[in-house]
Design a protein around this ligand. Structure first.
Ligand code: CP
Length: 303
């Protein structure tokens, strides 16, 4: 059975429109305050090799809302620190009765590796610079609460695209749903080759031009932890690409402002923009719960 059929969610790249809409529709039916006990008696293992606030907490809230027991294993304080391999850690969690493993890992392909060797659903909660599929799904869910359709929308993604698994998953999803996406930033963050990621993706260097006629503005965190050896002047980045209230006016009046978080006020955006009426950043976090409930419910149903 394929990973997809087995309930795994490893990335957006290999999903089709039908898969995406079926998860979004299921999420719409999930009411976190009156949830169906679809995971009663199940164990969801949260295996996090990298820091996380939103993704880890919302998968935990989602799993518990559906009646599951959750167990958190983090690299720090576990036998991973003693050198236990990813696969041996996976076998251990399976032996402990895991029904689903949600994994975040610094290496691209880690979730796929685990999925290939285990007979239970594996959900990718972010693997290196590869994909962050649940973030793309919750972002699509959020957009659809403000816009009638994603088809034909103009989306500007600004910032550190090169290091961003959020951007990769967003590009795959938005392209499949018919959005016109422009990736905007300096060449160190947005190499020209990024336009080949998926159909309908363009690269732009000028923020004002990119914002003109834009329906959705998605900002990304500058991933200083992945910048080793790369010479990026943060002052120069702020001068050219920081989102300020004045610059946000270049977009459509009803444009929404998104950011997957964590936000760094004063770097990729000002505090005023983060807290502005156009900002849906907090709503994105809240929408993570029904979307991740849907992902877990789908995982268990297809297992
Ligand atoms: N958006 C996101 O992945 O946030 P966390 O790193 O806090 O999970």
């Amino acid at each position: 059975m394929s990973n997809l059929a087995r309930g795994c969610l490893l990335g957006i790249e290999h999903l089709d429109r039908k898969d995406i809409f079926s998860i979004l529709q299921l999420a719409r039916r999930m009411n976190p305050s009156k949830p169906p006990p679809r995971l009663r008696g199940r164990r969801v293992l949260l295996l996090f090799y990298e820091p996380s606030t939103r993704t880890r907490s919302s998968f935990e809230v989602a799993a518990k809302a559906l009646g599951a027991v959750t167990v958190l294993v983090q690299a720090s304080g576990s036998s991973i620190e003693k050198g236990e391999s990813l696969l041996d850690t996976g076998y251990t969690l399976r032996a402990l009765g895991a029904d689903v493993i949600v994994i975040r890992h610094p290496n691209a392909g880690a979730a796929m590796l685990l999925a290939r060797h285990l007979d239970i659903p594996v959900v990718n909660a972010g693997d290196g610079m590869h994909e962050h599929p649940s973030q793309a799904l919750l972002d699509a869910y959020t957009i659809l609460r403000h816009k009638r359709t994603i088809d034909g929308l103009r989306v500007l993604i600004v910032g550190d695209i090169y290091h961003s698994r959020v951007a990769r998953s967003a590009c795959f999803l938005l392209s499949k749903l018919g959005a016109r996406v422009t990736l905007c930033g300096p060449p160190e963050f947005v190499p020209d080759i990024a336009s080949t990621l998926a159909p309908g993706i363009a690269v732009g260097r000028d923020l004002q031009e990119g914002l003109r006629g834009c329906d959705v503005v998605m900002l990304l965190r500058v991933q200083t932890e992945r910048l080793a050896g790369e010479k990026i002047g943060l002052d120069q980045y702020i001068a050219g690409f920081q989102m300020t209230s004045g610059r946000l006016k270049w977009a459509k009046k009803d444009a929404i402002l998104m950011h997957p978080g964590p936000i760094i006020r004063g770097l990729e955006l000002t505090g005023e923009v983060a807290d502005s009426p156009q900002s849906v950043i907090v709503e994105e976090v809240a929408n993570g719960v029904p979307v991740r409930m849907a992902i877990l419910a789908r995982a268990v149903e297809k297992a």
